[in-house]
Write a protein that binds this ligand. Structure first.
Ligand code: GLC
Length: 579
């Protein structure tokens, strides 16, 4: 199964939580999350920063915390009020920081804890909140816990991980997403046992059944919350609970991976405990990747009465794009289904890209130069006008495109490199694999941020850790600052429109012209205010049949200078005020 697909499955829903700042003993009753109830995290526009690729301050070719701090005025200028930072903890970097070796420290490549404090201060002084990634389904095999755990069968840390002793026979097969052989059990000769790793062999899974481990994690969360951060995104958390009897799964279960790995065992119990121990005591928003198999699973995680999480981050939408295109009818259906499931209770996030996906405009729009800008702006219009908290991935505001690497040497992403080795070993179809990577490899979304047209796009004065996209001379922030019609300035306008019009945050969503295969049309409505959004998802003119007379409607924004009316130009986007 392609890696991006598995990652989308593993991400088959996510959650965000919001709770408060200084710890005190009384839980603050702020977890109300019915759609009409106002919360800062519902009104947030979350800008996701991939630190490795954002801005390098010291010329080592790797983005860092000081680099982000130096661009805080830029981030502020976007109008966004929350940043989600991918992991910056100490890590040997097998999976770019998703393998943590010290949860209370900063990765050397990224700087120091003092740099972190300065970054947080700089954000807060500009009214920007900071959400941190928390990677606790697994740690690095270089974490002290694992070093202890593997040292002997009776080490006090043994039970922090999942071990299977050799004399019990071979453990039942578990699929590893990132391992070369896809076997999630790794034999360790020192103690003649196997340990479990759903991701790479350097990412052993933590044992959430162990109350001591859970307490350690809550202490870590308090450490960061006491520093004043504003949220957590719980990485791959839907996999944290497991059936630790490890029964055999049917052959080829990995094709239905999520059913066997997602939201198992006592996951809701752990979330409730985490909520009681940490989340309810701070004003933090938290994201737990993975919403389970069903809408009900997702709901249960964000039902305010259950005291777990606040915001679902469902991945069904982001998985729709395929190398040969996608059906808009399917797209509309998925987003409408999720909206209606959360219309009365709970809250969703809205996104179409992140660090695990290739670029937004290349997957969902059209990165052909003729249509790149309009289609990118059309997708921005969609993301900023749906109900739910929008997540917007750095670089998409410039309409950055996929890297299009043709050689395996250009790729750095561990699962891609491992899968390449796997195919080499098993005689797989390498040309087909390389072709697919151009569309789906995560590196496509991780190439350095394109600041200007100087060497390395102004990202670094050294040699960049991952090749800069060759189109940086044409697509870069400096050029777009000067152009009032750039993707960047359109993004700013769309964020402002959302910030100024709470109907775009809280208003009821109604799908119109459902059977139209080219146009996505919907209204947002609350307290006597109604807006209409018309989006042409195709590279040809299309007509919206909404039945709404536009003669008295006020056009608030469009990605074309001459816009208006029900016949839409290729990738045209328009938002109207109806009353
Ligand atoms: C999540 C992250 C991804 C990472 C994986 C393992 O899916 O988003 O980047 O590789 O977890 O931590």
């Amino acid at each position: 199964m392609p890696i991006h697909k598995l990652l989308s499955i593993c991400a088959a829903g996510c959650l965000l939580l919001a709770n408060c700042k200084q710890a005190d003993d009384k839980p603050k009753n702020i977890q109300k999350n019915n759609p009409g109830e106002q919360q800062w995290w519902k009104e947030a526009v979350v800008y996701q920063i991939y630190p490795r690729s954002f801005k390098d301050s010291d010329g080592d070719g790797i983005g860092d915390l000081k680099g982000i701090t130096s661009e805080l005025d830029y981030i502020k200028s976007l109008g966004v009020n929350t940043v989600w930072l991918n992991p910056v903890y100490s890590s040997p970097n097998d999976d770019n920081g998703y393998d943590v070796s010290d949860y209370r420290n900063i990765m050397k490549d990224f700087g120091t804890i003092q740099d972190f404090d300065a970054l947080l201060k700089g954000m807060h002084s500009r009214g920007i909140k900071l959400v941190m990634d928390l990677v606790v389904n697994h740690s690095s095999d270089e974490h002290e816990w694992f070093k202890q755990s593997k040292s002997s069968r009776d080490n006090p840390y043994r039970n922090y991980y999942h071990w299977w002793n050799e004399e019990q026979g071979k453990p039942a097969y578990r699929y590893s997403l990132f391992d070369i052989n896809h076997d999630a059990w790794r034999y360790d000769s020192l103690t003649r046992s196997y340990y479990l790793h759903y991701f790479s062999r350097k990412q052993p899974d933590l044992n959430w059944e162990n109350p001591k481990l859970r307490k350690e994690i809550y202490d870590i969360m308090r450490f960061w919350a006491d520093k004043g951060i504003d949220g957590f995104r719980l990485d791959a958390f839907q996999f944290a609970a497991k059936d630790t009897t490890f029964p055999a799964f049917p052959k080829h279960f990995e094709k239905n991976f999520n059913q066997y790995y997602g939201v198992q065992g006592n996951l809701h119990g752990y979330l409730q405990e985490m909520n009681k121990e940490v989340l309810s005591k701070y004003n933090v928003m938290s994201v737990a990747e993975g919403s389970g198999n069903t809408l009900e699973d997702a709901h249960n995680m964000v039902d305010a009465d259950r005291h777990e999480l606040n915001m679902a981050y469902a991945f069904e939408g982001v998985s729709i794009a395929q190398p040969n295109g996608y059906s808009l009818l399917h797209f509309k259906d998925v987003f409408t289904k999720w909206d209606s499931a959360f219309a009365q209770k709970g809250w969703l996030s809205i996104f179409l890209a992140n660090h695990d996906q290739a670029r937004l405009v290349s997957r969902f729009g059209n990165d052909n130069p003729q249509y790149r800008e309009v289609s990118s702006k059309m997708l921005t219009t969609f993301l900023m006008s749906m109900r739910g908290t929008p997540y917007y991935y750095n670089g998409d505001e410039l309409g950055m495109t996929n890297a299009g690497f043709t050689k395996i040497e250009d790729y750095k992403d561990m699962p891609t490199l491992n899968e390449y080795k796997h195919l080499k070993q098993t005689g797989g179809d390498i040309p087909a694999f390389l072709k697919r990577q151009q569309f789906e490899c995560r590196d496509n979304g991780r190439t350095p941020f394109q600041w200007d047209n100087t060497a390395n796009a102004g990202f670094t004065k050294g040699a960049p850790w991952l090749k800069v996209n060759a189109n940086y001379t044409a697509i870069n922030k400096a050029a777009q600052e000067k152009d009032p019609n750039s993707c960047l300035n359109y993004f700013r306008k769309m964020v402002k429109l959302r910030n100024d019009n709470k109907v775009l945050v809280y208003g009821k969503y109604t799908l119109l012209d459902k059977a139209n295969p080219d146009v996505y049309a919907y209204t947002r409505e609350t307290g006597g205010t109604k807006m209409l959004v018309l989006l042409n998802f195709k590279n040809k003119p299309a007509t919206a049949n909404t039945g709404i007379n536009l003669s008295k409607a006020k056009l608030l924004i469009s990605n074309y200078a001459k816009a208006g009316g029900t016949t839409l130009q290729p990738y045209e986007a328009a938002v109207y005020q109806l009353n």
